[in-house]
Design a binder for this molecule. Sequence first.
Ligand SMILES: [Fe+2]
Length: 354
Amino acid sequence: MAHLESRKHVSPDSGFAIALHPHFNPKISNHVPPEPLREEIVPEKDRALFADPEKKALFSIAKRVDLTESVGTVLENVQLSQLDPQQLDELALLVTERGVVFFRDQDLTTDGQVKLFEHYGTLDRHPSQKDSRHVVIRGSREDHREILKYTPWPSGDFHADTSFEINPPSYSLLRMEEHPEVGGDTAWVSTYGLYDALSDAMKRFVDGLHAVHTSRLQYDSILDLWGVGPNRPPIDSHHPAVRTHPVTGLKALNVNPGFVTAFAELKRVESDKLLDFFAYHIHSADDHAVRWKWAVGSVAMWDNRCTNHRVIPGTYDAPRRGIRTTVFGEKRELVSCSPIYTETEANLYECSVL
Ligand SMILES: [Fe+2]
């Protein structure tokens, strides 16, 4: 963190660095993103909606081991590189139900991962991503609570990937190519579970709110902290604070401390207190969380529409490098859904927008 602009401006009273307003930080104010803001798109139909609800093709080869009652499943005896389109659809359905699905000792290559993920839709690009197909995820040895003294973005806190976008990602897949023996675990928490754990009165209250998901804090911090120039200008999106999953029909809390800075309908103080509560709610949800120990060749595929995740900060020395691919998801909506089950269309829902 020594190169941070704020470290050049130390308070004579405290001896601590002063957090600078972005306009007074030349690294931020001088940056001109090369690309415009994105427009809303309508993504391809979710592949999970094509799946056999019983997932017979996938489970004919894969052994399922659930890691907790609420979230996280390991599939054993399977190579992702060998799955056919029907099995990939069933995997997507399993991911929408379990939040995150893990694999060990995979032989997948980067090209194979990109090809596999193109099955699920149009590949998304993180605002700072230079390669058109994937982003490289490295270690996070810095404690976001320490970074927050100097920059505004809690980079290591729970988030759904780029939840500030108009079309935030649905599925993400991370494959680890280098990893330390210990440290660098990732934790996921089920946002189905976070919603279910609220009282009925709180559910009704939060159902009526929009969460302000912003990339501004990330935009400012990565220019200063990472020295990377984002491709697109910062964006604020008002997404429903509770969203209905388009495959499962379940409600999920659509709030995360990594990108949500306010609730659109509330006054500032009300909003800040509610964010405090949700930070507590998310970090204390042990019964809806799973923690994954990575190794080279490990893979996690998760659904950003029903989970938040974070890397656990550590002090390890060995390199940590993973390849992540994501696909565009639908614009978030809170809808009331009544499942219509027929013999052949088990995953169709009749929905009306509230
Ligand atoms: Fe992430």
